[in-house]
Design a protein around this ligand. Sequence first.
Ligand code: GPW
Length: 807
Amino acid sequence: MASPTPAPCPPKGQALLEAMRRHLFSSQAKSASLATIHDHYVCLSLAVRDILLTSWVDTADTYTSQHVRTATYMSAEFLLGPHLENNLVSLGLREEAAAACEALGLTLEEMLAEEPEPGLGNGGLGRLAACFQESMATLELPAIGYGIRYEFGIFRQQIGPNGQMESTDPWLARGNPWEVIRPEWSYPVLIGGQTVIGVAYDTPILGYGVHTANTLRLWSAQAPDAFDFASFNAGDYTRAVLHKVQSETLSKVLYPNDELEQGKRLRLSQQIFFVSCSLQDMFRILGSQGIPVTEFHRKFAVQLNDTHPAIAVAELMRLLIDVHGVDWDTAWSITTATISYTNHTLLPEALEAWGLELFQQLLPRQLQIIFEINARFLRTLRIRFPGQPELLERLSLIEEGPHRKVRMAHLAVVGSHTVNGVAELHSRLLKENLFADFARVWPDRFTNITNGVTPRRWLAVANPPLAALLNDAIGTDWCRHLDQLRKLEPLATDAGFLERWQGVREQAKERLAATIRQDTGVLVDPSSLFDVQVKRIHEYKRQHMAALQVVERYLRLRAGEDLPPRTVIFGGKAAPGYAMAKLIIRLIVGMAEIINIDPAMDGRLRVIFLPNFSVKLGQKIYPAVDLSEQISTAGMEASGTGNMKMSLNGALTIGTLDGANIEIRERVGDDNFFLFGHTAEQLAAINRNGYHPMPWLENDALAKEAIDLIGSGHFSEGDRDLFHPLLANLCSSDPFRVMADLGDYRRAQNEVDSAWCDAGRWSMMSVLNTARCGFFSSDRSIQEYADRIWKVAPVPVNACSVIPSPS
Ligand code: GPW
């Protein structure tokens, strides 16, 4: 709708406005009368792109002419989230864009809502890769992100009477103004005797407040032009086209499993596909700068984001030896000087191991190389550790047995100069458990770099009112130097500031309440305590423990207990094949249906399952969280990063001593964190004595009552069988030790209730959480990678592009 009197446009807004009008004609080929909201979104994006292109072109020129040392980040997932608002904030143009939209009778909000999100990742691992790209650009580090341009990203989740339903995510259906195809940079990859071509699609990653724009290069699979010549000539046109379809299937869809390895042939094909294209691209860059291939490791540092790209160890060896004529020993020193590996999990079901048969079929030459690497590795071990065949068997790249397999984590460790975990506890457990034998062989290879999140997307973009308050109170430096948040500490006891803080938090909660109403139809009270657990649904993250706690609360309220009003919000996707995770969603949804209409609750308890958790939705949720649920079984969550986003935005955490929770608590202070549960060490001791949940349950009348209520069909329309698998599992093996932690979790939740009743104190604790979270910036993580692992230095980029900027 046209606003009656458009506000006057600032000069840069005026330039954006003119560029939008120009693009409506020259890019969308439309007049204003036919333009849809989506057309306007595309025009605004193209106008913004015109501006950032000067940075992108200048950055490429600078890196090329200065032959800079470059970090490359190889990842099967980049969970980017929408670009438009992030780019506006990086360029300092959000206000101007809003004004330009208004002058056209539009709002920036409706433009932002039009952007489909590139959901090219499952969860934390993919989102970390995206935060890291942004931090590398902001720190002016020469870097390239390499991955796959999936035509379909993570599925869309809808919630129906039977729980989660999946549908496809055709994010490219209406085009993508943020990418540029580079057909000139295409490479062949031989997989299973057939050649597939990878074509580069580049997306600019802007740094915040600098002239740097790095590149995220994603590979799309294409059949070679001369595909299946024989059948084509024999007149078998259909067969030839089918082959084409098969090749292009490679980059069709992201596997939706988080922390579960399925051993699918297409998945291994995806891995070699993007890894080989990326390495070939690096050789091309090397060649174009006249650098000899034996200097590969001086030009490039290659970081493997988990084992998904671990085949890079064998593929780099193959390219050096077979294509570039380097001898084995030189090739091996180049490879190990180039590659480093980040591990993101200790869960055994996530550890990749490919059957030899499949490997042999698809990648015979790479398998041969792996055997040779292994033979040489075992030879040195035999000399160093004589008479210890079991040690050699445990360290081998090949898992023996009836079904022999390639252990990708071992390949990654052997082929890397540095291996890191993602939080202190995780890195310690890596050395003590998963890689204990390797830590004996190479003690100095292992290190820790604690994860972080970008304050641009997760504070400046997601929470503008908080950003404005910070700017006002401590200046604008925090956005590049998050440690500056420390300056808030003295304000935590300033009544005037606390009032403004409260105002900002209320705004965010009202905004989320509106979203909840829109997406679920449920009305929630923004003044109630917002208790939030959003992340992938997984038993180790224990959403079912939170659900049990909600049923207990329901029982206590029905029994007349006086508890402060709470809105318990869940969100997250379950892998389509993960039955238990899907059942947990059904339980939460079933609970919500009963609890939200029970008059006995008297507005004191609401349960929400927000469908289709995504980066976009996260941006609305994180600012509105009062209580951050970080309740994984100790020792199982490698780091967690949602915990950081929530604390940064002023939430208090209820959590176990797991992953980065430990470091968050250390920094915000134990008075400002609700701790509960067994430690990883205590659980290990319990396991040694043989764990059984029954003794815990028998002494816990409330837990029993909650379980009985679920089992009675109260939340499943009388169906007593529906939740049986979940309850039986909890009462028999309880693999994630829910029963051992439930009582202490309840105790901590009671403390939350009392703390919430002292609103002034809660606000103070909230401020201190934000104030003391500066460490968890991904800028700090990336600085550590650059200094300690990659040895890559910043290269400032100056504006020198001959292309005139539209302003
Ligand atoms: F299994 N993570 C994830 F290690 O989101 F590969 N998906 C995954 O497939 C794996 C790990 C993998 C997460 C961890 O669960 C989380 O604790 C961590 O914060 C995140 O990776 C980033 O390091």
